[in-house]
Design a binder for this molecule. Sequence first.
Ligand code: MRU
Length: 349
Amino acid sequence: MNTNITDLKTVRLSQDGSAVIILDQTRLPGSEVYISLFSAEDVWDAIYKLKVRGAPAIGIAAAYGIYICSRLIAADTYDVFYREFLRVKDYLASSRPTAVNLIAALNRMEKVVTTHAEGSVPEIVQLLRAESEAIRTEDAAACRRIGENCLSLLRPGMGILTHCNAGHLAVSEYGTALAPVYLGEERGYGFKVFADETRPLLQGARLTAYELQKAGVDVTLICDNMASAVMRKGWVQAVVVGCDRVAANGDTANKIGTSGVAILARHYGIPFYVLGPTSTIDLNCPDGESIEIEERHPEEITDMWYASRMAPEGVKAYNPAFDVTPHDLITAIITEKGIAYPPFRMEDL
Ligand SMILES: CSC[C@@H](O)[C@@H](O)C(=O)COP(=O)(O)O
């Protein structure tokens, strides 16, 4: 298979502006099904249930979501409109806690409202549409720049390991961690990618392996506990991962298991690169300790992927969705603005 990956539309706005249209990622890789979201509840549910997922894609979905809801607010005055806008904003912000892009996008949308307090409600709604489209367009441009910046560190034929899905399906276009892989593929670099399956929700198996294979990239799926073995064999020359929130000191929250990969990379002397747009940097978090880590339902570990229940009834299960990789295990943080090396001072970006 060798498809133009951008043919898949992760998240977009319907032409008439009444719906957010997403590719339902819970149906992949079996079926490519697009669903339309018409209300705040639809958008909340899609984000919480990971029908749309990945830090930038969640931010874009939330921006489109609050726009479609703003159209439905029946308000003659600014005050009534703003009060209802804030109610929807708080509700959407509660869908997932770790990826900062969600709240950052919603804050950006709110700023449009507050800076146009003198305008009419229909005018404000129009501006909200433009802002949501700008968030998506800027993300697409950022992803391409991130890809170019990272590609400058990679060489043709390298083996590259990645964890979770930080590809096209997690953003507007191309991805963050997978952007250099796609650009390299277009330029004949011939990378060999190892995709961790990424327990418990298997984003690596279901999404990363799917989109890379569809794009014609040489991808090999491995279980999470095989990363050490492939590194030891010398098959991996670089690790690329995405990020959900980068603290001011460079500590990085990403999908659960990322910190273990960073420890292995340090052991084997393999560079460990974090890739993400500057919208994922949260200067309000001084370090990783202050990043809220989402905990999800234990059923995702005990039941979800098996024909019959796999763990004993009643067993306790701990299911954090993310972990924090300390900055001292990160070789470089690559954004659309360039490549940051330790000591990380994210406020300088
Ligand atoms: C470009 S997206 C980077 C991260 O959002 C990604 O690696 C990740 O951790 C996604 O987690 P998910 O729980 O699937 O939303």
